[in-house]
Design a protein. Structure first.
Length: 591
């Protein structure tokens, strides 16, 4: 039966009212909000938003890092019959203006003075904007309202007026706008319905046996559908507790405090954890290194055996006791049963690294347009295959088009793009199939593997079609390389841009007999470059001749969101990267 977000929350509040819904740090100590308190805060905030002029069908723009106020603002917008639209904290004032104007936002909720400044700069260009709400602190501007002022404002609107807004909504109504991060051009507003959210989250929770005992950490951008489903809407269905990480820098500390039962990371997060673990392991005495190497062989064998339902290798129990249990405890993963990677392709090197330590990362593939997950891979026999994104979400359809494009159909597929019928028709065909833009294959067990982005396929001057992500995954397996961007569209041969892992440069340089200590020094050192070339040659030996990397260059610093080379979900913005490093690229193609 179809249901709305409000009906789902009402059932959970009735069942788990006194249990903790949200946990967050105040003055260094964890505080909690119960489901009853959370629900009351949402209703109060919804009434305050209505008092400030929030109209049915209009939007609430939310600009801030993960915190209780973000959740409450988002849910309050839905309860009041409006549509919340998250904005990435890294967005410029111009980007904030585009999303707020396009979504017809009546209310903007901002985290602090820094984010408030963006809206003060653009509000004269936002005709629908009636008020700004400041999550933290206050401002003398009469159109800026402090979070603590909302209960007083709510008194102007009765509970029954809010109930009218709630009761007027149907499960098929749009209740959320997810703005795509836009690797090219302006972002599109993905219209997600109540049924999209409640049904999709419900299917996944049934799959993973989710319950009110689950503990989840919220730290990825809430403007992204994956984080909303995992940390905001999923817990509403199961009554689980969501903890807010203090920041990405403090995530490691917070994981040890929270000890989550489910943890979702994008590839870059897993790569960062891996890099720190490798750096720490390098400091161990020889005997400890030998024990770790022995245990990791057992762990990797167990990982590959598990996926086929095979037995654990001999002496696995000892390896678990000596190494695996200690690793999990140090990471805060001692009670975690699900380790998920999503949002972008993850390298086989990273997957095998964690599997070798009995941390079985499985992949979820999806997109905003299918409310997050299209496939879910689980750490159970026959439910995962290392390097594959797993089988489709139950009661949905998954297919591969004649040109290799991945297609999806089902109740998880979105309503269309807001105010963009042309783009909707391009993405969704007349038979209801959602065209992902990704190229993939499905094996005999129904497991999906993404091989590339359809639009990112490199077509060489010789007419060869080359998927860059496959090559980049292999290159990133070279320990010192943190990021790789392959170049070669309409070119005679393939080249690459590399960034180096700052924590590994010194060690790798020493192995090369080089004194380089930074990426810049390494890029100028012939010994280091010769050492790296040998490793690139090894990768080339596994590739077809037309795919091999003929030349490469080391960039002085890592690609970043702030540098606009990555989307907020860490996907490469190839067009910007190619433009920013055009000179370096051209130099590689000079005779």
């Amino acid at each position: 039966m179809k249901t709305t977000v409000m009906e789902t929350m009402k059932k959970t509040v009735a069942k788990y009212g006194d249990k903790p819904a949200l946990k967050f740090k105040v003055g260094g100590a964890w505080k909690e909000t119960t489901w009853n308190e959370y629900h009351n805060q949402i209703r109060t905030t919804a009434r305050a938003f209505m008092a400030l002029g929030l109209e049915k069908g209009k939007a609430v723009s939310i600009l801030g890092n993960n915190c209780p106020q973000w959740f409450v603002s988002n849910m309050a917008g839905i309860f009041a019959g409006a549509v919340p639209g998250g904005i990435y904290t890294t967005n410029s004032p111009e980007q904030c203006q585009y999303i707020s104007e396009h979504s017809e936002a009546n209310i903007a909720v901002v985290e602090n003075a820094e984010q408030l400044a963006k809206f003060k700069q653009i509000r004269q260009n936002l005709p629908d904007l009636k008020a700004i709400v400041l999550m933290n602190g206050s401002d003398p501007d009469p159109n800026v309202h402090a979070w603590n002022d909302l209960p007083k404002l709510a008194e102007k609107v009765s509970e029954s007026e809010l109930d009218k807004r709630i009761n007027a909504q149907n499960p098929d109504d749009c209740c959320t706008l997810i703005y795509t991060s836009g690797t090219t051009g302006n972002p599109k507003g993905v219209m997600i319905s109540h049924d999209n959210i409640t049904w999709t989250a419900g299917q996944v929770i049934d799959l993973i046996n989710g319950s009110h005992e689950d503990q989840i950490v919220s730290y990825l951008p809430l403007s992204h559908i994956a984080e909303q489903v995992v940390s905001m809407h999923g817990p509403v269905i199961m009554g689980a507790t969501c903890w807010f990480a203090e920041s990405l820098d403090l995530l490691g500390d917070n994981l040890r405090e929270v000890r989550p039962t489910i943890f979702v990371g994008v590839p870059r997060v897993w790569e960062k954890i891996q890099a720190k673990m490798v750096a720490a392991g390098a400091q161990n005495p020889p005997l400890k290194k030998k024990i770790a190497a022995w245990a990791r062989k057992k762990g990797l064998a167990a990982g590959y055996g598990d996926q086929e339902g095979g037995p654990k290798p001999f002496m696995y129990g000892l390896a678990k006791k000596l190494v695996f249990s200690k690793v999990r405890e140090k990471l805060g993963f001692d009670r975690c049963r699900l380790f998920i990677s999503t949002a972008a392709p993850i390298s086989m090197d990273t997957l095998e690294f964690f599997h070798s330590l009995a941390v079985p990362i499985t992949e979820v593939y999806g997109m905003s347009e299918c409310t997050g997950p299209a496939t879910v891979s689980l750490p159970h026999p026959f439910k995962y295959r290392i390097g594959w994104a797993g089988p489709k979400v139950p009661s949905t359809e998954l297919s591969i088009a004649d040109d290799g494009e991945v297609l999806m159909r089902g109740r998880h597929v979105f309503k269309g793009y807001f105010k963009n019928e042309a783009a909707t028709k391009e993405t969704m065909d007349k038979d209801g199939w959602l065209h992902s833009g990704d190229v993939g294959i499905i094996d005999e067990k129904g497991f999906l593997k993404i091989t590339d982005r359809k639009k990112e396929l490199i077509i060489t001057a010789g007419g060869e079609n080359i998927p860059p992500q496959v090559l980049e995954g292999k290159l990133k397996a070279i320990p010192v390389i943190s990021q790789a961007v392959v170049v070669g569209d309409r070119r005679k041969f393939m080249t690459a841009l590399f960034t180096l892992d700052p924590e590994k440069v010194k060690t790798e340089a020493a192995a090369a007999g080089s004194s380089a200590a930074t990426a810049t020094e390494a890029s100028k050192c012939d010994k280091f470059k010769a050492h790296l070339q040998k490793q690139v040659d090894q990768v080339n030996s596994t590739l077809a001749r037309v795919q091999s990397i003929k030349k490469w260059v080391i960039l002085p610093q890592e690609l970043s969101i702030e540098g606009e080379e990555l989307t907020p979900t860490m996907k490469l913005k190839r067009r910007i990267i190619y433009s920013k490093y055009a000179q370096e690229i051209e130099n590689m193609y000079k005779e």
